[in-house]
Design a protein around this ligand. Sequence first.
Ligand SMILES: Cc1cc2nc3c(=O)[nH]c(=O)nc-3n(C[C@H](O)[C@H](O)[C@H](O)COP(=O)(O)O)c2cc1C
Ligand code: SF4
Length: 653
Amino acid sequence: MGHRYLWTPLRLGPVTVRNRIVFSAHLTNYARDGRPTEQHAAYYAARAAGGSGLIITEEHSTHPTDWPYEKLIHGFHREVIPGYRRITDAVHRHRTPIFAQINHNGGQASSMYSRRAVWAPSPVADPLFREVPKAVDQAEIDEIVAGYGLVAEHCAEGGFDGIELQCSHSSIVRGFLSPATNRRTDGYGGSLEHRARLLIEIVDAVRRVIGNRLALGVRICGDELIDGGTTIDDAVRIAEMVEATGQVDYINTSIGVATATLFMIEASMHVPPGYAMFIPSALRKAVDLPVVGVGRFKDPLQAERALAEGHCDLVGVVRGQIADADFAAKARAGATEDIRLCLSCNQECVGRMGLNRWLGCIENPRTGRESQGTGLPRRVRTAKDVMVVGAGPAGLQAAIAAARNGHRVTVYEREDQAGGQVRLAATVPNRAELGDLVRNQLTECRRLGVRLELGVGVWPGLVEEKRPDAVVVATGAEPARPWWAPPEAEQVLDVRHVLDGSASGGGPAAGDTVVVIDEIGFHHATSVAELLADRGCQVEVATNGMVVGQDLGITLDMEGWWARAEAKGIVQSTDLVPMGLDGRSLHLLHHPTGHMQDRTPDWVVLAVPASPVEWLFHELQERGLVVERIGDCVAPRRAHAAVIDGERVGATL
Ligand SMILES: Cc1cc2nc3c(=O)[nH]c(=O)nc-3n(C[C@H](O)[C@H](O)[C@H](O)COP(=O)(O)O)c2cc1C
Ligand code: SF4
C-alpha cells in the first residue's frame, strides 16, 4: 500500500523526521522521586525501534510549585540529566529524534505533594483539584519564565533534539490564555495579546537557551470545551502569534482541559476516530508552520488520509503506539493487518494513570515492562504439544505466548466463535472496537500457526486421548444467581442472556419495564441498559454504589454515559441493595436511610459477579495431568487480567 504522505520526511527546524508518525506526549508514571528511569528509556526506545518518526516525552515540571502528580519528572533538578541521557541515547540508537515536553501545570494542581501554594494567573479554583491558587506577581512570572529556560537547558544537556511547550490542556500558559481562568487587569490579562504574553516570553526565553541547535514546538488547545474558555478562533490567533515570533518550528494540537474535559482529550471508543481533526485543519490554513493532528488515529490508512487531505502535517498516534510499539514499522512493511489496534478502552493506560499506577495496556502485556528482559521470543529446545481450552482473551494470549516460544498449540473452544465474553461485550451500542482485542489476538495466532478448533467442548477423556504435553484451562466464568433471586424467577436474566439472545422468548421487548442491577460498576450494566433502551424498553439501573457504573470514571466514559442515559430516558438509582424478589416485587433497601423501596418490573437483568468454571481444571488435576489455569476460571476479573495471566503462563510452558 502506498502511504505516500506518511513516509515523506519533514524538517522541524534543525531536526528531520523520517516519517509523519509522532509518539506525542503522555504521562507514564514511570518516574521515581522526580527522576526519569530505566523504564522510560526502554519504553521510548521500543517505539523508536518500532519505526515512530518522532518521540515526545511526557511533561517535565519546570518549577517546584508544580507537582500535581506524584510521579512527575522534576526537570528543574540538575539530577535529571543522567536520566535524560539514558533516554536520548536509547532512542537515538534507532536514529529517531526525541523531544522533551516541558510544562508548569499552574492552577491545575494541588499543594499535596509540593506543600507550596499552587500558582496561577488568578485565584480561580480548578474544578478537579478544588484549591484556590496564588495569583502570581511579576517576580513570580519572571521565575516561571526562568524555570522554563532552566529546564530547557537541562534537556539540551541531556541530549534532547527539541523542546515542546505544553500550553494546551493542563498548563499555567493555558491558564493565562483562557478568559475562564485569567481575570487579571495588568499587562498579562484582558485582550488575547495580553493573555498570550507569558507564552511569548517563555518561547523567547527557551529559544535563547537552546539557540538553533534544538527544535521548538508549542502545543495549543483547539477548544477548551468549557464555559467562557478559548475556542478554535482563539487557537487560530494564538497559532498566528506563535508563528509571528519566528522562533517556533512546529505546532502540536490538543482539545479540552485536562481537569474539566479530559474525556475529550483521551477520548474513548464512544467518540469517533479523528474527532479533533478540525483543530489542525483550521490552524494549518492560518499558519505555515507544520501542524500535528492528534486524537484517535487508529490505523495508518486513516493517518495517511488526514495528511493527504491536508488536515495536518504530522499525526500523533499515542495510544496506538502504546498498544503496538511496532505500529509504524508494520505499516511501513505493508503489514497493516498485523497491527495490534488500540481499542480506545482507556482501561490500562488512562485508567492506571488516574489510579497513580504505571502505564500499561489491556492487550499488550509488554507495555510498562519494556525494561524487564529483551522481549525477544524465548525459543525452546523441545517443542511441546500444548492444548488450550477456551478461546477467550486468556486462552488466546496463552496460545500466542506459547507458540511464540516454539510450541505447537491447539486452542479448543466450545462455542463456534472465539472471543468469550469480549465478543459479547462488543455487540452493544458503540463498543464494537472492544472486539478488536480478539481480532488482534486471532491475527497473531494465525501468524504463529496456532490451530483453532471451534465448536469443540473439552472433557477429560478428550485430553487423555490427545495426550498433550501441557494443558492450559481457560474456561472462563458463568453467570451466577445472587442469594435474593430464586432460580425459578424466570424474569431474572444475566446480562449475558440478553446479549447472546438466549433469554426465554428473546428477553425484554419494546414497552417492557426492566431493572438492571449494577454490582460490578463497569460497562456491563450501562451497556445492557443502553441496548434495552434502544429496543424500546423502559430501563432503570439500580446500584448499591454511590454512582451507576462507578469505574466508568477512570476510563473517561462517565460523561458520555450520562449524556446518553439522559437522552434515552434511562433512570439511574443509587445506594440500593436488592433484598428479595416476591413474585414480580423486587425489594430494594436504600442503605443510607434504611428505607425499603419496591419495584415491579417485567424483567430484572443482573450485572453481578460471575462464578469461575473450574470443574475441568480440577478433574484434570485429579487424573494427574500437567495442567495450568488462567483468566476468569481462576477468578473472574476484567480482560487485562486474563491477558496477563495468559501471557505469564503461556510464556513459561
Ligand atoms: C495516559 C495518557 C497520558 C497523557 N498525558 C499527556 C501529557 O502529559 N501531555 C500532553 O500534552 N498530552 C498528554 N496526553 C494526551 C496525548 O498526547 C494525546 O493527545 C491523546 O492521547 C490523544 O491521542 P491518541 O488518541 O492517539 O491517544 C496523554 C494521553 C494519555 C493516553
Ligand atoms: S489500554 Fe486500551 S486504550 Fe489504552 S492503549 Fe491499550 S488498547 Fe488502547
